[in-house]
Design a protein around this ligand. Structure first.
Ligand SMILES: Nc1ncnc2c1ncn2[C@@H]1O[C@H](COP(=O)(O)OP(=O)(O)O)[C@@H](O)[C@H]1O
Ligand SMILES: [Mg+2]
Length: 230
């Protein structure tokens, strides 16, 4: 299995003195291309913090992040100010899916996807047709011109999946993607994420939804920021 994402000794501390919280505590993890990894743990165990560090949204207090063999953060990184390169790394390597969908309410489904393609500097003329293709891939052809307010939760999360795939990044990170969905729709979304991993994407889901357990290739459990030995 070729690693696409490697975390080594990742620790994240928030706050100082009385407010000091170790949200992630010395986590080491490797994710392979095409692997579907599930990170489970109770609320407050550090899942979102860990996922944000994986996705180069948040800098760790300590530890190394390596993406596609390139050391981005940590000792021996070629970047003295990793924060300067993180936006480009995010655009090239990551697609994100969130619990509350995070679609722009004033943009239609196809515009929400197109916006990310534009940020990823796709050729202007192709943006619309590419966004439509992604929307259709998730069975939403009839919803392309709809605004988020006029779509169901499952439809919104499928738009979010289409958006995560915009620009064809190799890694998809999903933070509690089924938490706002009913059980059947949640399973559908998990199945779609599974399909992405079978098509070669590395997929990391953080969740405490037991339904996710059967879809993943591997599960790690977080407790107080640490990976529990199983
Ligand atoms: N920006 C922040 N500032 C201070 N503390 C935070 C921040 N984000 C998260 N925390 C704290 O870090 C711990 C882990 O939070 P989080 O990563 O959101 O866990 P989870 O996603 O598993 O619920 C919690 O104690 C939370 O209160
Ligand atoms: Mg969380």
């Amino acid at each position: 299995m070729t690693p696409i994402l490697e975390l080594k000794g990742i620790t994240k501390v928030y706050g100082k003195e009385d407010n000091r919280i170790v949200a992630v505590d010395d986590v080491t993890l490797t994710i392979g291309r095409g692997e579907m990894l599930l990170v489970m743990g109770p609320s407050g165990s550090g899942k979102t913090t860990l996922l944000s560090i994986m996705g180069c949204i948040l800098l760790p207090t300590e530890g190394d992040v390596t993406v596609d063999g390139k050391k981005i953060i940590g000792g021996a990184s070629p970047y003295s100010r990793p924060e300067d390169v993180l936006p480009d790394i995010r655009k090239e390597y990551f697609g994100f899916v969130f619990q509350s969908f995070n679609l722009f309410p004033s943009l239609t489904a196809v515009e929400n996807v197109g916006l990310i393609l534009r940020l990823k500097k796709r050729d202007g003329k192709e943006i619309n047709s590419e966004a439509l293709k992604l929307i259709e891939r998730f069975g939403l052809a009839k919803r392309a011109g709809f605004y988020p307010a006029d779509m169901s939760g499952g439809e919104k999360q499928r738009v979010a999946l289409a958006r995560a795939l915009a620009g064809d990044p190799p890694i998809i990170l999903a933070d509690e993607p089924t938490a706002n969905l009913d059980s059947k729709t949640g399973l559908e979304v998990l199945g779609l994420l599974r399909g992405l991993s079978e098509a070669g994407k590395a997929v990391v889901i953080v969740s405490h939804d037991p339904k996710a357990e059967t879809t993943a290739d591997r599960i790690v459990y977080l407790e107080d920021g640490k990976i529990k030995k199983t």
